[in-house]
Write a protein that binds this ligand. Structure first.
Ligand code: PLP
Ligand code: ZN
Length: 407
């Protein structure tokens, strides 16, 4: 059965295997959530408990796909003082490859395995992605688990350490020179021509998987809702999923009100925040690719779902803002020292954003705010600055050292 796709913007529908509408905007799946009720949630593992809202159920056996989703939402009063609002942390770093990308990879590969992406006899027998980090890792890992060949296209300047983490799953890796935004678009077309399903950051199946982050947040708050959800944004694929989930829950009557959505970018590369601030209708790509930031995972100068994110912020009464690297570092440190949570820089961005929003009075200190920490810090050298200040002592000095510490 072909999956029906619909454009959030112009409303056109199609059953063709395409990621973009003829108007240029990204398509998402036309799911029919009207009858959904929280009692339809099953006790399947991870994100598969929301099968009623998904295009496909958990494969049998579930294998690695069974480990996608089901991450904790932690109430963290220790961070309230720093942020100026009531913080609930969604811990996406708990996934097998350390980020929420696993949600989209698991769902997309399950749908492909079930034949949902096949059209007019076209058998899909390989998958691919365009990424410079987490998504490549995630796709390579899940493809290995599903036994599907996987091609990963990375920018030619990707750091060696990150390439090493991807390579351990043994995908076909190609470093590609040239514009990243164009690579994103061209890979979808060239992939389709060769029956390779490119599961890029905002394609319809990935968005379906990634909408489960918001389903879990809302289920945790039911029968109420958080006042706001704050998350980092790059391509806008995760944000699109979160917005879609909230729209579906509202149309089903499972939530009374849609939480305000706040999207946060790194100031060095913030095309969506700039469009929001200037009141523009659409996002303009940043000429020359934008500046350097420690939050490299979200430095997308030409975000494919940028316009959709703008719309999500405006329609939910939220906003799109930017934080600088120093603010990101502070939030990253706070998460580690107060909450015991190591996150990569991109993932500290929403806490830094929540703090700015509270300072501006946009978030009240009584607001319940779900902050999505998107990826673990264990993959990067987040602790390197702190590690540099450690002292070395001889074993004979242990007793004296501990007595100093005890005081
Ligand atoms: C991919 C990623 C993001 C951004 O998600 P998009 O869907 O591209 O907007 C944020 N944080 C981390 C850790 C990521 O890996
Ligand atoms: Zn359209």
């Amino acid at each position: 059965m072909p999956l029906q796709r619909v454009c959030y913007d112009c409303g056109r529908e199609t059953d063709e295997r395409r990621a973009r509408c003829t108007c240029g905007e990204p398509l998402w799946l036309d799911t029919d959530p009207e009858d959904f009720d929280w009692s339809d949630v099953t006790d399947a593992p991870g994100l598969w408990r929301y099968e009623a809202l998904l295009p496909v159920g958990m494969p049998t056996p579930g294998r690695l796909a069974a480990a996608a989703g089901g991450t904790p939402l932690l109430r963290e009063p220790e961070l309230d003082g720093f942020a100026g609002t009531k913080i609930h942390l969604k811990v996406e770093g708990q996934h097998p490859t350390g980020s929420f990308k696993d949600r989209g990879s698991a769902l997309a590969l399950a749908a492909i395995e079930a034949g949902l992406e096949d059209e007019s006899g076209h058998q899909i027998d390989a998958v691919g992605t365009v990424s410079h980090g987490n998504m490549a890792m995630s796709m390579a890992a899940y493809a290995a688990s599903f036994g599907l060949p996987c091609v990963v296209l990375v920018p030619d300047d990707i750091p060696e350490e990150r390439l090493g983490v991807i390579a351990q799953f043994d995908p076909e890796i190609r470093r590609v020179q040239g514009d990243y935004g164009r690579l994103y678009r061209d890979s979808l077309e060239a992939g389709a021509a060769h029956d390779i399903a490119f599961v890029n950051s905002d394609v319809p199946l990935r968005v379906e998987g990634q909408k489960t982050t918001a389903l879990e947040i809302c289920e945790a708050f039911a029968p109420t809702t958080p006042d706001a959800i704050v998350m980092p944004v790059s391509s806008g694929g995760h944000a699109s999923g979160v917005w879609k989930a909230l729209r579906e829950l509202e149309s089903a009557g499972a939530i009374d009100e849609i939480p305000r959505l706040y999207f946060v970018q790194a100031a060095a590369c913030a095309p969506i925040a700039e469009a929001f601030a200037t009141g523009a209708e659409t996002v303009s790509p940043i000429e020359g690719g934008g500046g350097e930031t420690i939050a490299y995972s979200i430095a997308n100068a030409d975000p494919p779902s940028g316009n959709r994110v703008l719309r999500a912020a405006r329609e939910t009464g939220g906003s799109v803002i930017a934080v600088d690297d120093e603010e990101i570092r502070e939030a990253q440190r706070e998460l580690a020292t107060e909450a015991g949570l190591t996150v990569e820089a991109a993932s500290a961005v929403p806490l830094a954003g929540a703090r700015l929003l509270a300072e501006a009075g946009t978030l009240a200190n009584t607001d319940d705010v779900a902050v999505i920490t998107t990826g673990t810090g264990l993959k990067e050298a987040a602790g390197s600055a702190a590690a540099a200040s450690t002292e070395t002592v001889g074993i004979d000095r242990l007793d004296a050292e501990l007595s100093t510490f005890a005081e």
